[in-house]
Write a protein that binds this ligand. Structure first.
Ligand code: C2E
Ligand code: CA
Ligand code: CA
Ligand code: CA
Length: 281
């Protein structure tokens, strides 16, 4: 029994060690990956439920690891936040997305009014230099601020409520669009939501998934849409996968949709082919 106990201990320690080593390797790999251009952005179209036109894209981070292949953000964003690498990564995303949208506007007439959304993580949002960073990138590239939208999760905004108002209003008054992301997963109420300068509210995928399951779920989404509209915000539904969901959302007055029903995230080459074509899906 003693032997078995010791073996169990060994296995346990070994596993913990493996986990720690794996985490350390992932972090140093990401550090190298940023320098070696292993990161890139895919772009998922955001679609007007009324006009059926694409009104913008959300930039989604991808990492092509030399040994592991494609690594999704769910596997490294948290680590980047914890290690502080998110600052470098986040700044890279800002300049890469702005550079790309600027290129599309220059090349394609139908791209003039597109807004590219970028995701800003909680830790990134705690850095007050973020605002100057975004604004100076726009200036450097001579990119109109209306072509950029930032998505910040409900939780990230509420956790930093004090500085959020000031940061967001600086961005908004410069003309950058501001969206609250993953709405419904946090704890905001109508009264604290109205304090924040916002343009758009994105309903979390979990609510969209449940929408066809019961009438109560429809009522919840309806309440969120009404809340947003009462605050003067546009609404985007994320993770729209079926025509049934699309119809329900359109009937409730939801302006925009994003999801596999319309398109999966596209590569830059696919976006360019799309813009070169007729700008409809
Ligand atoms: P998110 O901001 O909620 O982004 C939407 C996620 O849903 C994306 O996953 C997208 O590919 C996926 N998606 C889109 N349509 C559908 C659909 O119809 N069905 C389903 N099941 N999923 C759909 P992805 O690309 O894996 O990104 C995951 C998360 O990683 C994002 O969630 C965001 O929180 C984070 N992320 C991505 N790019 C960045 C970035 O540049 N910076 C930061 N800080 N976070 C990022
Ligand atoms: Ca997002
Ligand atoms: Ca989400
Ligand atoms: Ca999110």
């Amino acid at each position: 029994a003693k032997e078995a106990g010791r073996d169990k201990m060994k296995v346990f320690n070994r596993r913990m060690l493996d986990k720690a080593m794996h985490a350390m390797k992932l972090e140093s790999d990401l550090r190298a990956g940023i320098l070696n251009n292993e990161l890139y952005l895919d772009y998922q179209p955001i679609y007007s439920l009324e006009s059926k036109e694409v009104i913008g894209f959300e930039a989604l981070l991808r990492w092509l690891h030399p040994e592991r292949g494609l690594v999704m953000p769910s596997e490294f964003i948290l680590m980047a936040e914890e290690s502080g690498l998110i600052f470098e990564l986040g700044n890279w995303v800002i300049s890469e997305a702005c550079r790309e949208i600027k290129g599309w506007i220059t090349k394609y007439e139908n791209a003039a009014d597109l807004a590219v959304s970028i995701n800003i993580s909680g830790r990134q949002f705690s850095q007050t230099s973020l605002v100057d960073n975004i604004l100076s990138t726009l200036k450097q590239l001579d990119l109109p601020p209306k072509n950029l939208k930032i998505e910040i999760t409900e939780t990230a905004i509420m956790e930093r409520a004090g500085q959020a108002v000031e940061m967001l209003s600086k961005l908004q008054s410069a003309g950058v669009l501001v969206s609250i992301d993953d709405f419904g997963t946090g704890y905001s109420s109508m009264s604290n939501l109205q304090e924040f300068p916002l343009d758009q509210l994105k309903i979390d995928i979990t609510f969209i998934r449940r929408i066809t399951k019961s009438p109560e779920n429809i009522e919840i989404v309806k309440a969120i849409i009404n809340l947003a509209h009462n605050l003067g915000l546009y609404v985007v539904a994320e993770g729209v996968e079926t025509e049934q969901q699309e119809t329900i959302l359109r009937n409730m007055g939801c302006e925009f949709g994003q999801g596999y029903l319309f398109s999966k995230p596209m590569t830059v080459a696919e976006v360019e082919a799309f813009l070169k074509g007729n700008n409809s899906l």
